[in-house]
Design a protein around this ligand. Structure first.
Ligand code: HEM
Length: 460
């Protein structure tokens, strides 16, 4: 994207509706970008997360039969980690490099470390799943080790602003979520090395402990925490008194701890208690959304279709998790229902990530363009966030990601590899569509502005 202020173009002029003007203009974005790292860092993470979604879809389609016959087989574990690491965790770590400085109004500890983290993280989260699928131990262990180092570097970088910041629901939630990232990858590397050495059996309850820490404690809680800032911002919603969101960001991490300990040591009552407390925390998360919607000053939009659909998958994940634990059924069905719960939990955060990326990426891109003196379209109107992606393609991304989730869940629960493969292909298609829409559409806009400038220069 070749951008630069031409001598004949005046510096930035910010006009148009207050809600679409970040940084210096009035409205909810005032002064938000003063502490953020260079846009290339979060944008590179989010671009790679888009490729991670494509890889997750392709890998899931490739192992569809194995997901039905043996969901804990290593090719399946590999496909799962393209989803958990190369897509979801990469999107969350990337967004937090932008978000943590914004909500704490203070800079990361080091931009250089953020760049090193980016390179290491991308290398590790692709090497590990690519090694798990064909079971190549050196790739598994090396990839896993690199992920652990990158996760610790990002936790160190985030801890500076997070520990310094004054208390807020998002800050409180993110402190726990980042801690859970380090715990999850630490479990992961031990399991990765154990795969080769067999020190202890990787029994399903032990693997589910790791999965719950990662999906609920790290990725899920990060979403619950940032939602307390993003939802009021995108809905222009204001509540007189603090909502139940403050309970969600405190109860979910407590519940996940009890759940993981109960699963890890096969203490059933503790696991059930943890599950119940986590569900309670997630119910407050849903309650918080309802509260922000009730106090909103903006109409609901595509983002909220993503948010509401994602919540439906969260409810499905919770229900399947309870049935898998309490239901009377044979081991084959119990594994199938438990896999459905893990897949539904992944779709909960996947839809939330894809939906919010249609806000976060244009916001960062808009700020970058502004800094490069690009603020007006050829018709003289200000460039707005909504101009930096195709809303038709965004609606298509929503439809395809929802269809992918339904196809995956029905396929896993029904033991139908064709539906699982279809879900995988749809996920990959959604990845191609969303990534090209958010990465390439701004180029179209910039080119049209540049072409108009050249034309007006020639005519003047
Ligand atoms: C941070 C996010 C992570 C999440 C959400 C996550 C999630 C999961 C899930 C859902 C499973 C079960 C897969 C299945 O049975 O098909 C799993 C298993 C596993 N994970 Fe992770 N994981 C994460 C990170 C890691 C990392 C960083 C490593 C290695 C360094 C790792 C190593 C493993 C291993 C070895 C297993 C398989 C155990 C077995 O043989 O069943 N995970 N993880």
């Amino acid at each position: 994207m070749a951008i630069g202020a031409s001598a004949s173009r005046p510096s930035i002029e910010v006009t148009g509706p207050a809600t679409e003007r970040p940084a210096s203009g009035p409205g909810p974005y005032r002064g938000m970008t003063a502490t953020v790292p260079p846009a290339s860092i979060p944008l590179a993470f989010l671009l790679m997360a888009g490729f991670g979604l494509i890889a997750f879809g392709v890998a899931t389609a490739a192992v569809a039969k194995r997901i039905v016959s043996g969901p804990t087989a290593l090719p399946v574990v590999g496909a799962v980690h393209f989803g958990m690491l190369a897509f979801l965790s990469t999107a969350v770590v990337g967004a937090l490099h932008q978000f943590v400085p914004v909500i704490t109004a203070s800079e990361l500890r080091s931009v250089r470390v953020a760049r090193v983290t980016l390179v290491m993280w991308i290398a590790g989260v692709w090497l590990l799943p690519a090694g798990l699928m064909p079971n190549i131990t050196p790739m598994i262990v090396l990839g896993g080790a690199i992920v652990v180092v990158a996760a610790c570097l990002s936790a160190w970088n985030f801890s500076g602003p997070l520990l310094k910041a004054s208390e807020s629901d998002s800050v409180t939630g993110l402190r726990s979520a980042v801690a859970y990232l380090v715990v999850t990858v630490s479990f992961g590397i031990v399991y990765a090395i154990d795969l080769h050495h067999g020190w202890f059996g990787l029994l399903p309850h032990r693997v589910l402990a790791h999965a719950s820490l990662g999906l609920l404690g790290w990725i899920g809680l990060s979403y619950v925490a940032v939602a307390e800032k993003l939802w009021p911002m995108f809905l222009l919603s204001h509540k007189e008194k603090r909502g139940v969101g403050r309970l969600a960001v405190r109860i979910v991490p407590a519940g996940v701890l009890l759940l993981a300990l109960g699963l890890l040591f096969a203490i059933r009552w503790l696991g059930l208690l943890g599950g119940a407390v986590t569900l309670g925390g997630l119910a407050f998360h849903v309650g918080s959304f309802v509260g922000w919607v009730q106090h909103r000053k903006r109409k609901l939009e595509l983002l909220h279709a993503f948010v509401i659909s994602s919540m439906a998958f969260m409810v499905l994940a919770a229900t399947a998790g309870l049935v898998a634990e309490l239901g009377e059924m044979g081991i084959a069905w119990r594994i199938r229902v438990a896999s459905t719960s893990v897949a539904a939990a992944a779709m909960w955060v996947a839809l939330a990530v894809i939906g919010h990326s249609h806000k976060i990426v244009p916001f960062i891109t808009w700020t970058t363009l502004r800094k490069r003196g690009i603020s007006k379209k050829p018709d003289g109107k200000p460039v707005l966030f909504g101009d930096l992606f195709s809303s038709a393609l965004a609606r298509a991304s929503f439809g395809i990601s929802l269809a992918a989730g339904v196809s995956l869940i029905v396929g896993i629960l029904g033991g139908m590899p064709v539906l699982i493969a279809t879900g995988g292909v749809l996920l990959a298609a959604c990845g191609v569509l969303t990534t090209s829409n958010l990465a390439l559409w701004p180029r179209v806009v910039v080119r049209s502005i540049r072409d108009a400038e050249v034309k007006s220069d020639e005519s003047s």
